[in-house]
Ligand binder design. Structure first.
Ligand code: 3VV
Ligand code: FAD
Length: 615
């Protein structure tokens, strides 16, 4: 769509007091990354076949999948070319990597997301060198997915019921789904696309269960794509979002795979059935850990999209004067609107920085694990659980806040805010449900509180527990350091309260697990424990309002710095040129309900009633 940029947006951009490009380079972790990102953006976004004539909302469930899969294989081909051309495209140092461009191409989810993001990365992390040499071929026929969750069990994965029983007479595992609740349910790409999968199953050797292990299983014929004998596979139906993700179900009827299809880097089953234990029994959960870490950066990106749309729209939209004799103001001038939006911009930066820090920590801990040192794994797991839970829950609430900040127009699919919300809120549940993950972190904190309560030595990271017990916390200071101190006091106080409740329940004769369950609301809910006073809160509030006013002239610059192309934003409200109403009208004209001046339902259903009444 041609045409001039909206006047208000032009003025906003003139007002900006900082160098937008410089901030973009910081977000991308360096100018060279910005250049590389733009090259990939240009390359992929110029492929004509990736763009739809009809908005995807007007397609049926089946058509949506078929359209998405067409695009997915164009993208896959490009990814392979870029890899061969040695362009590092999956570097999570930048949240705006190739996954982000896909948000624009699919406006939903790439059905190959799990194939690209989880299937290959799990093989790379958990398969032996020989297995990797065989399976990680660039021209592999395998299209895979990660198959863990079952109808009956998602959170409590030790309860998974699919079995893999070793048959030493044939040197094979027999994969079996013993009952309906053991059907695999949810894996992305499983419904129609995948011909292979990594499946989590309980390993049995000579009647002994060794717990969950990962197996590579072919499920469809590579040539005909028909399910193999003993495989029942299909798609699970429409969802709130993720509707192009092709989530599926899967059952095994005594399906045999070679022994060498168990992922054997950390754990082995030998030809004679000998079981060789891993160095740490949670290494099998490694893919969940990695995805939780990468998700934090992805959520930062979703927030930057929502903020870009809502801030640009708020600069363009004029409604109500502030003083009755003045012209109507940009809605961005209302301080309550600034409060809704600027926190989203800030949170995006916070999650980006934390996501990067977690990514580097993960790299470091993985290198240690390679050297046989597992010492840092529990802390990384506890941090990943908590950050994944909090960032997904907060990001969903903030995206929804941005949507509401766009008033009625935010309710239009063409604003893209409903899709961003549906995508973001899924992350609260998948890859470890919110409460369940918070309880994992609580378990870790309570362990260290017990040490503190028993006056045993604590690692440096937990010295503040001791400070809290000795009441060594400083008086509240209204500064970043003061705020961090305040948070430490809250964590210590909250952990103490939960620990005390646990102890009380135990003294009353409860078993530990029961006592834990009874304390679980305290374990997940925050209270105020810091030394902050009423006056401090008032001072903080007025500083916050000052900051809103300082940020206001730079609001559009701040979202421009996210540097998200219109083709990726896919929003009538958030495009760079701010031609909101023109775009809305143009999108409305694509509605099939506008194809005929008089819809045929008039003759079939309306007229017989209205004309009869007239007589
Ligand atoms: C990779 C790249 C991706 C690229 C894309 C980038 C953009 C991304 C965008 C979008 C992509 C996403 C698209 C959708 C993807 C969805 C995929 C799925 O959903 S796959 C299913 C996930 N399923 C869960 O997460 C189940 C949750 N449940 C669990 O993880 C476990 O059941 C848990 C942790 C809740 C409990 O496990 P217990 O019952 O075996 O363990 P307990 O008894 O509680 O604890 C035992 C010990 O193990 C440790 N532990 C547990 N998990 C650990 C871990 N992962 N690592 C290390 N230690 C762990 C604990 O800290 C505990 O330690 P102590 O005994 O206290 O010392
Ligand atoms: C869009 C999407 C994509 C997905 N993709 C995949 C995939 O590719 N592969 C795959 O294997 N899986 C996938 N999943 C499944 C996902 O990982 C699980 O749904 C998720 O782990 C939550 O498990 P659940 O459904 O069993 O929830 P439940 O555990 O049944 O949660 C229901 C409620 O019970 C509570 N609860 C459960 N246990 C406890 C406890 N111990 N203490 C306190 N409260 C508890 C929860 O907090 C929640 O409120 C996907 C899910 C979604 C929504």
């Amino acid at each position: 769509m041609g045409g001039r940029v909206n006047e208000d947006l032009i003025k906003e951009r003139r007002k900006c007091t900082f160098d937008i490009k410089e901030l973009t380079h910081i977000i991308d972790c360096g100018e060279e990354n910005t250049i590389k990102r733009k090259q990939i953006d240009n390359y992929i976004l110029n492929i004509k076949e990736l763009w739809d004539d009809v908005p995807e909302e007007y397609l049926s469930h089946k058509e949506r999948y078929e359209n998405a899969i067409k695009k997915a294989f164009i993208v896959l081909k490009v990814l392979r070319q870029l890899h061969t051309g040695n362009i590092q495209i999956t570097d999570h140092r930048t949240p705006t990597n190739v996954y982000s461009i896909q948000d624009g191409i699919f406006r939903n989810v790439n059905p190959l997301l799990i194939h690209i993001g989880l299937f290959w990365s799990t093989i790379a992390a958990q398969a032996s060198t020989e297995q990797q040499a065989e399976w990680l071929q660039p021209d592999s026929s395998m299209i895979g997915t990660y198959v863990q969750t079952e109808l009956g069990h998602g959170s409590f994965i030790r309860g998974i019921e699919t079995t893999a029983t070793y048959d030493s007479t044939t040197d094979e595992f027999i994969l079996h789904t013993p009952r309906l609740s053991a059907y695999k349910w949810w894996p992305g790409g499983l419904g129609n696309t995948a011909n292979a999968c990594l499946v989590m199953a309980q390993l049995y050797i000579n009647g002994t269960c060794h717990g969950l292990h990962i197996f590579l299983a072919q499920i469809r014929d590579f040539d005909t794509h028909k399910p193999l004998p003993g495989i029942k596979v299909g798609e699970i139906g429409p969802k709130m979002g993720f509707n192009t993700a092709d989530n599926g179900f899967l059952g095994f009827d005594n399906h045999r795979i070679p022994r060498t299809n168990m992922l054997m880097k950390n754990v082995q089953v030998l030809r004679d059935g000998t079981y060789v234990k891993p160095k740490h029994d949670k290494l099998t959960y490694g893919s969940m850990l990695l995805t939780r870490v990468t998700l934090i950066s992805d959520l930062a990106y979703q927030l930057s999209k929502a903020a870009t749309i809502a801030v640009r729209y708020s600069a363009v939209r004029r409604q109500s004067p502030i003083k009755s004799n003045e012209p109507e103001r940009q809605i961005l001038d209302f301080v309550s609107q600034q409060h809704k939006l600027f926190i989203t911009i800030a949170s995006s930066h916070v999650y980006r920085v934390v996501g990067l820090w977690m990514w580097n920590s993960h790299k470091r801990v993985t290198a240690d694990i390679h050297e046989g040192n597992m010492g840092q794994l529990p802390e990384l797991h506890a941090l990943a659980c908590c950050l994944k839970a909090i960032s997904s829950r907060d990001a969903s609430a903030l995206v929804e806040q941005c949507r509401l900040a766009c008033g009625g127009h935010g309710y239009m699919m063409a604003s893209n805010l409903p899709q961003i919300y549906a995508y973001t809120t899924a992350a609260v549940t998948y890859e470890g449900e919110y409460t369940v993950l918070l309880l994992q972190t609580a378990r870790y904190l309570v362990k260290f509180w017990r040490l503190a309560a028993e006056h045993k030595p604590l690692p440096q990271n937990f010295a503040y527990f001791e400070d809290y017990i000795k009441k060594n916390f400083e008086q509240w200071r209204n500064s970043p350091e003061g705020i961090i101190e305040g948070f430490k006091a809250i964590v210590a106080g909250k952990t103490k309260a939960a620990y005390d409740t646990l102890q009380c329940n135990l003294r009353n004769g409860r078993e530990f697990e029961e006592a834990w369950n009874m304390a679980s609301v305290q374990l997940t809910n925050a209270s105020e424990y810091s030394t902050i006073s009423r006056n401090d809160i008032e001072a903080l509030q007025s500083r916050y309002e000052e900051l809103l006013a300082l940020i206001r002239p730079n609001a559009v610059g701040l979202v421009d710095a996210f540097d998200i192309r219109d083709e990726v934003l896919c929003s009538t409200l958030g495009a760079y040129d701010g031609r909101v109403y023109e775009r809305m009208m143009e999108e409305a004209s694509k509605s099939p309900l506008n194809e005929d001046v008089v819809n045929e339902s008039f003759h079939k259903y309306i007229r017989p009633v209205t004309m009869k009444n007239k007589l």
